[in-house]
Write a new protein. Structure first.
Length: 264
């Protein structure tokens, strides 16, 4: 037997070819404990845990208005493009976040649309002096590369605008090589860590410490930008989600403006 350091929601752990492998709760899919477990398998296991009476608070970030659901996962751990809850179905991106209206079971989701850019926005508690931007950037870059095993090239920006901290993770499918962790899985682990619901075996959440001073985070929101724009009608969206889409559209427009001006 062995301990799955990267995922506490597993059973039947054993050493296989020198690696600790376990079965994910809820799906029975074998996971490799030397790396992050996919978000789909983690959500499935979390639904099973909450059914057994250990109730966990649902995610409160308004970017994902559906919160936790019981997902259908591929054997690889990826989300199936089409997700259903009884007679209601919708299409998701690679982060498992709904990107279409909800329909009946006839809905066709041709392919899983890739989330290529994830924006993690945090707000820290009031403080006497602002944090040191360079120290902050180093802390989050080091944490993401070591704790969540994400290649540094996928961390495109760590920005500090007191009191907001924004981390941009970008990863196209063409850039992602075999064995690289996915930015959607990293964001999920990160979000759980800062909310004190760590997925790691030792349960120790993320202690944000900049220049030897603990930083208290008050709010964390995760935004998703897909390769193809989502197919929502604006009427049915929560105001927060509209803001997210506007942010994304503005970002894309800004990128186009940059392209145009740099081509002159």
């Amino acid at each position: 037997a062995c301990v799955c350091e990267k995922n506490k929601r597993v059973s039947n752990c054993r050493i296989d070819n020198g690696k600790c492998r376990c079965d994910a709760i809820g799906s029975g899919v074998t996971v490799d404990c030397t790396t992050l477990t996919s978000k789909c398998l983690l959500m499935k296991a979390e639904v099973m845990s909450s059914k057994s009476g250990r109730r966990e608070k649902p995610k409160d970030a308004f970017e994902d208005t559906d919160g936790l659901y019981d997902p259908e996962c591929e054997n690889s751990g990826a989300f199936k493009a089409k997700q259903c809850n009884g007679t209601t179905c919708w299409c998701v991106n690679t982060a498992g976040v709904r990107r279409t209206e909800k329909h009946n079971t006839d809905l066709k989701c041709n392919a899983l649309v890739r989330t290529t850019w994830i924006i993690i926005e945090m707000k820290h508690a009031e403080r006497n002096a602002p944090l040191n931007a360079e120290s902050l950037k180093k802390f989050f870059t080091d944490t993401i590369t070591s704790r969540y095993q994400l290649g540094g090239r996928y961390i495109s920006n760590v920005l500090y605008e007191n009191p907001y901290i924004t981390i941009d993770l970008k990863q196209n499918s063409s850039e992602k090589s075999l064995g690289d962790v996915d930015i959607a899985d990293v964001a999920y682990y990160f979000e759980k860590d800062v909310k004190g619901q760590s997925i790691f075996h030792n349960n120790a959440g993320l202690n944000v410490s900049i220049d030897n001073e603990e930083v208290k985070l008050e709010k964390t929101v995760v935004y998703y930008v897909d390769e193809i724009a989502p197919e929502f009608s604006m009427k049915s969206l929560a105001p927060g989600l509209i803001a997210v889409i506007v942010v994304v559209v503005l970002a894309i427009v800004a990128a186009i403006v940059v392209l145009v001006s740099s081509n002159k």
